[in-house]
Design a binder for this molecule. Structure first.
Ligand code: FAQ
Length: 311
């Protein structure tokens, strides 16, 4: 029976059909999805911190309203993603516990500080830009609930990316000090954004299997190259430079060549040694503890409702 279930699963993946929660799936497929979706969900809620840092200091009411909407969207993305993970049989409390005890990861990018207002623009342009490049193919992921969550998330990420670009454009066209602030933010966020796509293909432990299962549709390096190709003309339109002297159009490849990424830095950030790892996790744990009364009240309310319904 196991063999025919496996054959049905393989056939569904080969035919580009969606795997749904009640379908049989290999254990390793399930655990790979839980790992990736949980890491993605954790990234969304930890990713609220660097930008929320600027809400009280936004330079105008308009900018503040936009930034609040964006940070709220990220909380929503976290909820859709934790919901998608729940369809695989893993509870949110279990996933949050793994985040809080360092047993599950979140994206390396959120371990860098937001030092100036221009960082809000650079995050929107580069970090959300990288996120979209990575996530648009995930709308065709073989697991139905994850793929469907990605459709809405990508629409919202596009708005986030454009607000970042527009913010940077305003600064780049502003005073000399504003332009310098924008350039400094781009200088600091460029390389970490390239690391968001994960290790190079020949060091990517999960890529081959995830691509065979059609969870991933493109390799880490392919998507990274796509992102560089998109950003170079956009930087030019902004009048800002990307901090890589080796960026060069390669006629033969039809792509931009770029310089070497500091993978040692990436590994250090993953090990917990980035500039803000400790701060991000501490703040997350504190938020969870401070929210305990809300969870308790909701559980008490649900128990009361259930008791009333049973009468
Ligand atoms: N950071 O074998 P691979 C956002 C880990 S966007 C930390 O290549 P895989 C939006 C990887 O987990 C950011 N860890 O892994 C937003 C694995 O470790 P493990 C979130 C990383 O899964 C914007 C090991 O390295 N987006 O939040 C990173 O096949 C602004 C080996 O790597 C997603 O999560 C990294 N950068 O490919 C929010 C997208 N890269 O688990 C707020 C969905 C790799 O064995 C503000 N995820 N690792 O211990 C994916 O597409 C994939 O998981 C990849 C990695 C491409 C990230």
């Amino acid at each position: 029976a196991e063999r025919s279930l496996q054959a049905a699963f393989d056939a569904a993946v080969a035919a580009d059909e969606r795997i749904e929660p009640r379908d049989w799936m290999p254990d390793a497929y399930r655990s790979t999805l839980v790992r990736q979706i949980a890491q993605h969900a954790h990234s969304e809620i930890i990713g609220m911190q660097p930008e929320a840092n600027w809400i009280t200091r936004a330079p105008s009411l308009r900018r503040k309203a936009i930034l609040m909407a964006k940070v709220q969207d990220e909380a929503g993305h976290g909820l859709y993603l934790y919901g998608a993970a729940e369809t695989l049989g893993t509870g949110r409390d279990e996933l949050l516990d793994k985040l809080h005890t360092g047993r599950q990861k979140y994206s390396s990018i959120f371990n860098y500080p937001t030092l100036t207002w221009a960082d809000v623009g650079a995050i929107g342009w580069l970090v959300d830009g990288a996120a979209i490049t990575n996530q648009v193919p995930l709308c065709r992921c073989s697991y139905g609930p994850y793929a469907r969550a990605m459709v809405r998330i990508c629409k919202e990420e596009s708005f986030h990316q454009r607000q970042g670009y527009e913010l940077l454009l305003a600064l780049a066209r502003g005073t000399e000090a504003q332009r310098a602030m924008a350039q400094d933010a781009v200088d600091r966020w460029w390389w970490p954004s390239l690391m968001m796509f994960g290790p190079p293909d020949d060091e990517s432990a999960h890529s081959a299997q995830s691509m065979a299962w059609k969870i991933k549709r493109h390799s880490n390096d392919e998507l990274r190259q796509r992102f560089v190709d998109i950003c170079v003309p956009q930087a030019e339109a902004l009048g800002l430079t990307l901090p890589d002297p080796e960026l060069r159009w390669n006629e033969e490849r039809g792509h931009w060549d770029f310089g070497a990424i500091d993978w040692q830095e990436f590994r250090e950030v993953l090990k917990g040694n980035g500039p803000c790892n400790e701060q991000r996790l501490n703040q997350r744990r504190a938020a969870h503890e401070n929210g305990a009364w809300v969870r308790e009240a909701a559980a008490a309310h649900a128990a009361k409702q259930a008791a009333r319904a049973a009468q």
